[in-house]
Design a protein around this ligand. Structure first.
Ligand code: HEM
Ligand SMILES: *[C@@H]1O[C@H](CO)[C@@H](O)[C@H](O)[C@H]1NC(C)=O
Ligand SMILES: *[C@@H]1O[C@H](CO)[C@@H](O)[C@H](O)[C@H]1NC(C)=O
Ligand SMILES: *[C@@H]1O[C@H](CO)[C@@H](O)[C@H](O)[C@H]1NC(C)=O
Ligand SMILES: *[C@@H]1O[C@H](CO)[C@@H](O)[C@H](O)[C@H]1NC(C)=O
Length: 607
């Protein structure tokens, strides 16, 4: 009889009397955990936060003392990037250097929950979220489904149109070079290195990863699956399969080893290189690093074989892989992070520094880390290789470039071209704008909390206004029009439009969020644990020494024929084509020294 009750009517019967989930307003401060109680009340769990009260806002006495004494992140950053003379002294006093490095590592890594907690489908602790490794983890739980606005309670009921947002605030007008003079050598290292653990499973969705180990496992060199690894291996002396072209070693062809690689149809079979990661045919920069690491692997195998003529292929392979993991972490901390940080303090890769600390040797990659690492503003407008300029369409998937120029020339060219500044807004090239848009869409689908929620989570003050965020008026006005409330600004938008620190590539949020994830991932590697971190793990003193002397410059010098080019994460101040190469033996003796001007001076005094 009559019409059935409408959905809206039924809905009103059950829900109208209840206000929105009270956790939508993020009432719990200082990392307290919000749980709704019934329909319209909530409880904050302040356990071990150092705070108490309804919203975990009242500090315990000891917390109050600590917080009062604690310098702000900007102050710490200022100290570390100034007073060069003082740092030069500290860098040479081993116990002080170790103590400061220990502080840097623990203060950062303690911001990451370990074991991991949430994921994009579970905003509360659950065995499924802990144990299902096909999810990226989440540092902050997703915004509850039943909230008034996408960011909880602040902002408009709909987020701004991604395309409009990208065109107004992210799209590059004119290339803005990074004031830290970051090179393309850095940019491609970043892309190559991070794609071993950022491997979104496009089939399952943005919340999922295809990476099985959630960390530095070198799956981008050896393949994710055992089957792929076996196809890439020579099964002789521990080595990887390779081919020799123009007298130099390169990765084998797909036709030869039969591994899956993603190439567009216009790339002929005869030019499809096969490497650990399916997507590394994308740019010559990635194939360049893939080639360098392939050569390094086979070089280390030769050294190990000399030490251990009795070892079989399997043992040589496995031990070499551990050595290359160690080399990678060494280079990432002492060359890569060192460059990014801009610190005068000299960072040190020494797992022993943590042996007297509580530290969990495990890691889980989080969605937020993946999102913040979308550093596509690094990419320039075109690519300067030797005396030629290449557009994106000439550069992308151009695998002949690898052999046309060879590793030396590519290293030299990428070292000499400056990358784009990441923060400060409007510096994403048209060619990769789609990637930034996708990143926003994914963040929305995964219900990321706001920029300010993340700032609080990582011990920063929330921005109080749009001008506070960008440090200028034009973009902040656009942002205000789009978002309405600074509390509603999304994480990725915020990271890219944030005012950079003085003369820096990034703003505060990128560094204060990125560094904890990064250091936790590097030092949380099993090879850094007390039982692993000893010479025998790496085949003895010789192998351990390869790990402890690794550097970007050495990686290049050990693996190119003839004089090796300067390899640097920042564009050298002097560009001299005559002295633009350095002697391999110099690189060996200098070990950790990567400053090319120093190398050049030594070279000239030798001459
Ligand atoms: C010309 C150079 C580049 C091109 C054409 C490019 C293109 C892309 C594309 C198409 C995606 C997949 C986007 C999606 O569907 O979600 C992606 C993802 C990504 N890119 Fe780039 N990119 C470039 C350089 C870089 C660089 C220099 C970095 C430096 C860190 C970087 C970091 C990332 C990250 C972290 C992801 C997410 C990967 C994943 O989760 O699977 N990209 N890029
Ligand atoms: C806790 O937060 C709620 C919601 O933000 C607020 O209404 C309430 O007054 C706060 N309680 C205390 C004790 O500050
Ligand atoms: C992880 O969760 C996804 C989504 O629920 C599911 O499809 C997948 O089978 C789970 N993986 C494992 C190993 O349980
Ligand atoms: C690829 O790069 C080479 C230079 O190494 C260039 O001659 C060629 O035109 C490029 N290919 C395409 C399709 O642009
Ligand atoms: C590098 O330096 C060493 C010793 O100074 C010298 O014997 C060697 O010939 C040099 N090699 C090159 C390629 O310049």
């Amino acid at each position: 009889k009559g019409t059935p009750p409408s959905r809206a009517f039924l809905h009103s019967l059950f829900f109208v009397h209840h206000t929105a989930n009270p956790c939508c307003s993020e009432p719990c401060q200082n990392r307290g955990v919000c749980t709704s109680v019934g329909y319209d009340s909530y409880e904050c769990d302040c356990t071990r936060t150092g705070y108490y009260g309804q919203n975990c806002t009242i500090p315990e006495f000891f917390t109050w003392v600590k917080v009062s004494l604690k310098p702000t992140p900007d102050t710490v950053h200022y100290i570390l990037t100034h007073f060069k003379g003082l740092w030069n002294v500290i860098n040479n006093i081993p116990f002080l250097r170790d103590a400061i490095m220990g502080y840097v590592l623990t203060s950062r890594a303690h911001l990451i929950d370990s074991p991991p907690t949430y994921n994009s489908d579970y905003g509360y602790k659950s065995w499924e979220a802990y144990s299902n490794l096909s999810y990226f983890t989440r540092t902050l739980p997703p915004v509850p489904e039943d909230c008034p606005t996408p960011m909880g309670v602040s902002g408009k009921t709909e987020l701004p149109d991604v395309k409009i947002l990208a065109e107004k605030l992210l799209l590059r007008r004119k290339f803005i070079p990074d004031p830290q003079r970051t090179s393309l050598m850095f940019a491609f290292f970043a892309q190559h290195f991070t794609h071993q653990f950022f491997k979104t499973d496009m089939k399952k969705g943005a919340a999922f990863t295809r990476a099985k180990n959630h960390g530095v496992d070198l799956s981008h060199i050896y393949g994710e699956e055992l089957e792929r690894q076996h196809k890439l291996r020579l099964f002789r002396d521990g080595k990887l399969r390779y081919q020799v072209l123009d007298g130099e070693v390169y990765p084998p062809m797909v036709s030869e080893v039969q591994v899956d690689m993603h190439y567009p149809p216009h790339v002929p079979e005869s030019r499809r290189f096969a490497v650990g990661h399916e997507a590394f045919g994308l740019v010559p920069g990635l194939l360049m690093y893939a080639t360098l690491w392939l050569r390094e692997h086979n070089r280390v195998c030769d050294i190990l074989k000399k030490e251990h003529p009795d070892w079989d292929d399997e043992r040589l392979f496995q031990t070499t892989r551990l050595i290359l993991i160690g080399e990678t972490i060494k280079i990432v901390i002492e060359d890569y992070v060192q460059h990014l940080s801009g610190y005068h303090f000299k960072l040190k890769f020494d797992p022993e520094i943590l042996f007297n600390q509580h530290f969990q040797y495990q890691n889980r990659i989080s969605s937020e880390f993946n999102t913040l690492y979308h550093w596509h503003p690094l990419m320039p407008e075109d690519f300067h290789i030797q005396d030629e300029v290449y557009s994106y369409s000439q550069f992308l998937f151009n695998t002949t470039m690898l052999t046309d120029y060879g590793i030396s020339n590519l290293v030299e060219s990428f070292t000499n071209q400056v990358a784009g500044r990441v923060a400060g807004g409007r510096n994403v090239g048209r060619a990769v704008l789609m990637v930034a848009m996708k990143s926003l869409e994914n963040s929305r689908q995964m219900r990321f909390q706001s920029l300010n929620a993340y700032r609080k989570r990582f011990n920063m003050k929330p921005y109080v206004s749009f001008e506070d965020l960008t440090g200028e008026q034009e973009m902040s006005a656009e942002l205000e029009e789009l978002y309405g409330d600074v509390e509603a600004v999304e994480l990725y938008t915020g990271l890219l439009v944030e005012k950079p620190r003085p003369n820096s590539i990034f703003g505060e949020t990128m560094v204060e969020m990125g560094a904890p994830y990064s250091l936790k991932g590097l030092l949380g590697n099993p090879i850094c644990s007390p039982e692993y971190w000893k010479p025998s793990t790496f085949g003895g003193r010789v192998g351990f020494n390869i790990v402890n002397t690794a550097s970007l410059q050495k990686l290049v010098c050990d693996n190119v024929k003839g004089p090796c080019p300067i390899a640097s994460f920042h564009v050298p101040d002097v560009k001299d084509s005559v002295q633009g190469t350095i002697n391999a033996s110099t690189a060996h003796s200098r070990q950790n020294e990567v400053n090319p001007t120093v190398l050049l001076k030594e070279r000239s005094s030798e001459l």
